[in-house]
Design a protein around this ligand. Structure first.
Ligand code: DAH
Length: 379
């Protein structure tokens, strides 16, 4: 179609009906894609209106002025229609999307919690909750220790026979280049070095527990190369063995969630305590079951004693003025006993089926008021 062949009046009429036709096409576009097709067909490089624009060059200057003005009006009108339709379609599309993606908040939550707390973490929280209520603070020390803190300061000088029992992992001597045995590095064989590190940092009164990882070269159903212990240390001017007994008795009753539990202290030996003892609790052992809190059998639970004066001295505390008690217990072993887990190696296999069976739900936080192990040990 060309403009110049028509009379002025006819042309106007023609452009008016063309405008109506194009606007109708724009309005008929059902979605953004169709609208874009209409735009290209009308205003694109080879679009109807664009082609008409191209013929303007063949007109006389006056005709061109008039026709150009009218074509521009047409073009603007079509553009406006396109713009309006685009806005309407976008809004409709957005509304449709919103309606489709609407969340029904009345639907039930996901049927099953997947995450579980590992029994070691659970026991850790339980023990910290119990001692926390008795006024103990949590102390920490490094996993990579020097010989001095792990042995010598704990009254195990070089060549002491008790060192042999620890199956120590030694780190390469070159690690610090020293030939002095006290400076050589190991991974700590127990949490007892935290006793020394605490004494180095603070004077009595001291009342701390130190939970953490410990390492020994050993591997069977009840030993793994990495395991967990909790150390306890209380030092003040007037601490006696009676405090030790009362404190540990309260702990063990709270831990096993029992009102009464038979307890006995057996004389023992640890270089860092004098006297030393091991605490046993009453239980009933049958072939397939262990029942804690009743019966005529005994089960060893922890090692303890009055802190040896040499240990106080090594930690910079005057043994003529202060005395105290210490204890150490195996966290993993406690978990095995409390939750009936037969093999320690399974703790570290990262098997999610195992974790699902023995693990704890995250919202059951251990606390002395809200219940230690969730529903009182029933899961
Ligand atoms: N450190 C000892 C061990 O790993 C446990 C222990 C016994 C710690 C008696 C103590 C204690 O603090 O008094 O076998």
């Amino acid at each position: 179609m060309t403009v110049h062949k028509q009379q002025n009046g006819g042309k106007m009429e023609n452009l008016e009906s063309l405008k109506n036709e194009l606007v109708a096409q724009v309005q008929a576009a059902a979605d953004i894609r169709q609208l874009e097709d209409v735009r290209v067909a009308v205003l694109g490089k080879k679009g109807r209106v664009t082609e008409m624009m191209k013929t303007l060059g063949t007109l006389s200057p006056e005709e061109r002025k008039e026709a150009g003005r009218e074509l521009n009006i047409l073009k603007t009108e079509v553009e406006t229609a396109l713009e309006e339709r685009k806005e309407a379609l976008s809004a409709a599309e957005l509304n449709a999307k919103l309606a489709q993606e609407k969340i029904d908040v009345t639907l039930p939550v996901r049927p099953e919690n997947q995450g579980r707390i590992h029994p070691v973490s659970q026991i850790y929280e339980e023990v910290v909750a119990i001692f926390g209520q008795m006024g103990f603070e949590v102390a920490e020390g490094p996993d990579i220790e020097d010989d001095f803190h792990n042995f010598t300061a704990l009254n195990l000088p070089p060549n002491h026979p008790a060192r042999q029992m620890h199956d120590t992992f030694y780190l390469p001597k070159e690690a610090n280049g020293s030939t002095d045995i006290d400076d050589s590095y190991i991974v700590r064989t127990h949490t007892s070095p935290v006793q020394i590190r605490t004494m180095e940092k603070q004077q009595p009164p001291i009342r701390v527990i130190a939970p953490g990882r410990t390492y020994r070269s050993d591997y069977d159903a009840t030993h793994t190369p990495m395991f967990h212990q909790i150390e306890g240390l209380v030092i003040d001017t007037n601490i006696t063995m009676a405090h030790l007994k009362g404190c540990l008795y309260n702990f063990i009753k709270a831990f096993f969630e029992l009102d009464e539990i038979p307890v006995r202290y057996r004389p023992s030996f640890f270089p860092f305590t004098e006297p030393s003892a091991e605490m046993d609790i009453g239980c009933k052992k049958t072939k397939n079951e262990l029942k804690i809190g009743a019966g005529t059998d005994w089960l060893e639970i922890l090692g303890c004693g009055m802190v040896h004066p040499n240990v106080l001295r090594a930690g910079g505390i005057d043994p003529d003025k202060y005395q105290g008690f210490a204890f150490g217990l195996g966290l993993d072993r406690l978990a095995m006993l409390k939750y009936g887990i037969p093999d320690l190696r399974t703790f570290f296999e990262s098997d999610v089926r195992w974790l699902k069976h023995y693990g704890f739900t995250p919202l059951d936080m251990a606390s002395m008021t809200g219940g230690l192990s969730g529903n009182g040990g029933v899961r």
